[in-house]
Design a protein around this ligand. Structure first.
Ligand code: PMT
Length: 401
């Protein structure tokens, strides 16, 4: 997660049972390379201790005692000034009200008032507190000041009631943090469409023809484009993955569905990481094919070539300014990829050697060669799919400049 690497995140923790999840958030941020300074309010300290946060961040955690200590005036000013982002998670109705009013009566709210960095809050509260007009008004006030509000979610609350007020999960907060940090990135103002996963071509209501694509590379590309500030649409075949926060998600099944989803779209770039079917059953049986009827013959026909179909200039204008494909090859990698680059009219293609055990389908890593329309080639070493995605996104940003 290079977007978090070296970033200074100030994490405020207020008094809610969700405070224990803030420790997980602090840990995830630290693992991603961020420097995390934590400030607990007095009520926050009743749920979790500073030691919890010190243990996961490797840095001291601050409490209201520091407001009155020797470094008092330095602490609240310097923490806020140095931070790239102030995140308050969980953020109680009480702290939301203080932030809206500019009340500064503890180290966290004093720091929030002095901070110049963007502020993200993840509300957490019980029962009707979230719906209360006062809380709603306070949230509106904060939003008009460009404060980002992540959540809350609906579900079981600490009181046993069910309703809106649960803090969203740390992984989701992390997604909001990435969006906040990427807002002035290389692709800000650009629309990027990414396809992902293996399409499913129905044989009958039960069976499909598909492939081993897990969607990992496509989802990593969507996340990398979001990190770069883009407006991202993810057109995805069925996968077991959670889409990145901030992406508009279009769920499809077959290659035809994917083509239909793209046909009315236009964007600055299209990245076709999906493993779309080349063949599909000529007909889909209406009812389940019965075993007792013997082994069926399933005639196949060609599935639509999506890249070829969308590279046409419907209204005279190119629908996608930059088109990027992938080539999944088990032999003659560069030669086959180069043919696909030309025949599909792409700006560049990422050639994937799927015969390697550590690259291609379903694994966490990839080894790709980038082949450009102007003949340039870039052979990349083995890296995580996220790193490969970041490289591809960098090239797209360069081409769109
Ligand atoms: O999802 P993962 O498990 O992370 O695996 C990643 C991946 C191996 C699926 C991915 O990196 C990859 O290589 N995707 C492309 C797989 C593929 O379909 O390759 P292809 O060589 O058959 O197709 C070439 C290009 O044409 C691809 O961009 C493909 O999306 C596109 N295509 C394919 C078929 C089709 N009917 N229409 C298309 O536009």
């Amino acid at each position: 997660m290079s977007i978090l690497s070296g970033k200074r995140i100030l994490l405020g923790v207020t008094g809610s049972i969700a405070a224990f999840k803030a420790a997980d958030l602090a840990s995830k941020l630290t693992q991603a390379g961020a420097e995390v300074d934590v400030i607990l309010t007095g009520a926050g300290e009743k749920f979790v201790t500073p030691l919890t946060f010190q243990s996961v961040t490797g840095r001291r955690a601050y409490t209201d005692e520091d407001l009155w200590g020797d470094e008092a005036h330095i602490v609240h000013i310097s923490l806020g000034k140095k931070a790239d982002l102030l995140v308050i998670a969980p953020c109680t109705a009480n702290t939301i009200a203080k932030l809206a009013r500019g009340v500064a009566d503890n180290l966290l709210t004093v720091t929030a008032l002095a901070a110049t960095c963007p502020l993200l809050i993840a509300p957490a509260m019980d029962g009707g507190m979230y719906d209360h007009p006062a809380t709603q008004q306070n949230l509106k006030t904060l939003q008009t000041r460009s404060v980002r509000v992540a959540g809350p979610a609906t579900g079981r609350l600490a009181s046993g009631l069910s309703g809106v007020g649960r803090m969203i999960e740390p992984m989701e907060i992390l997604g909001y943090i990435r969006i906040a940090l990427g807002k002035n990135g290389k692709l800000t103002g650009k629309k990027i469409i990414v396809t992902a996963g293996g399409t499913q071509e129905a044989i009958d209501p039960v069976r499909v023809i598909t492939n081993h694509s897990s969607g990992k590379q496509g989802y990593a590309l969507a996340q990398a484009a979001l990190d770069a500030g883009a407006d991202v649409t993810l057109v995805t075949a069925p996968t077991a993955l959670t889409p990145p926060v901030g992406a508009k998600v279009v769920h499809i099944k077959s290659a035809q569905d994917m083509l239909d989803a793209l046909m009315n779209e236009s964007a600055d770039a299209l990245i076709m990481a999906a493993a779309a079917a080349d063949f599909r059953p000529k007909e889909t049986a209406k009812d389940k094919i019965k075993k007792r009827d013997g082994i069926p013959q399933i005639p196949l026909e060609g599935a639509p070539d999506i890249l070829k179909a969308v590279s046409g200039s419907g209204s005279g204008e190119k629908r996608f300014k930059v088109m990027v494909g992938f080539a999944a090859e088990s032999q003659d990698l560069l030669q086959n990829a180069s043919e696909k680059l030309k025949s599909k009219g792409l700006d560049f293609i990422a050639a994937n050697d799927i015969s390697a055990r550590d690259a291609g389908f379903a694994v966490e890593t990839n080894r790709i060669a980038l082949l450009f329309a102007d003949g340039r080639q870039e052979l990349l070493p083995l890296m995580s799919k996220s790193e490969a995605a970041e490289k591809i996104v960098e090239h797209i940003a360069r081409l769109l400049k």
